[in-house]
Design a protein around this ligand. Structure first.
Ligand code: MN3
Length: 250
């Protein structure tokens, strides 16, 4: 029997998916999807549980902000994404990774809403797992530490450059630490507006900080620089180093 068009299409999607997975899932995903990888999750998308209690990042990130940010904002991205796909049966079998890398293949009627909300889901899943209670995340070691020194001169310089990039994000957006495409030992800082993510261009994201006002306004009001500085107390270096080590192996 000849395979029908749908089988062929799904077969090619699976092949594409495993290629993208090799590039995009340096830590086996960000560890928050039902199968352990947020990029492999597909419609209907679900809010992943936080890997710590809402008050676990106090006093650097307060409990009320975490409750709203995870329970309301992240949930809203997921609801909007599911809503955009509810009548789009063709795209319900696309993984989050496929949606983010294949935005130009989507109908114009849903492209922007998917870009914003699939991006929001991916960015926030990455964000929660980039953090840990203060004192539990350790610090960069080994080859990761070497890459930081080679790329920025020192951890102190990385922090300074990252915070400066975060302060410059105009309006709402993100600042990311990424692996330089084509050189797994070189790190770089990128910022992006709205919920865009370097992942859409196949770039490996190691960590990122949310520069939307909803991430800090309850506690820090307009003092974004103070929030950016405090955030380093809750960086989960162990997880981020694991992402780097996996990316370096590819
Ligand atoms: Mn946010």
């Amino acid at each position: 029997m000849q395979p029908n068009r749908r089988d062929v299409l799904q077969g090619s999607l699976l092949a594409t998916s495993s290629l993208l997975a090799a590039r995009w899932l340096p830590d086996g995903g960000w560890g928050m999807g039902p199968d352990g990888s947020v990029f492999n999750a597909m419609y209907p998308f679900e809010l992943p549980a936080l890997p710590f209690a809402h008050d676990a990042l106090e006093p650097h990130i307060d409990k009320a902000t975490m409750e709203l940010h995870h329970g309301k904002h992240h949930q809203a991205y997921i609801n909007n994404l599911n809503n955009a796909l509810k009548d789009q049966t063709e795209f319900q079998s696309w993984t989050l990774g496929q949606l983010l890398s294949g935005l130009e293949k989507l109908p114009e009627t849903i492209r922007t809403v998917v870009r914003n909300n699939a991006g929001g889901h991916a960015n926030h899943s990455m964000f929660w797992t980039s953090m840990a209670p203060a004192g539990s995340g350790g610090g960069p070691t080994g080859g990761f530490n070497d890459a930081i020194n080679a790329s920025f001169g020192s951890l102190e310089n990385l922090v300074k450059a990252f915070n400066e990039a975060g302060a410059k994000v105009f309006g709402s957006g993100w600042v990311f630490l990424v692996v330089e495409p084509g050189d797994s030992k070189k790190l770089a800082i990128q910022s992006a507006p709205n919920q865009d993510t370097p992942v859409s261009k196949g770039t490996v994201v190691l960590m990122g900080n949310d520069c939307w006002e909803h991430a800090y306004y309850l506690k820090y009001q307009n003092r974004r620089a103070e929030y950016l500085a405090a955030w380093w107390n809750v960086v989960n270096w162990k997880t981020i180093e694991g992402r780097f080590a996996s990316a370096a192996k590819q």
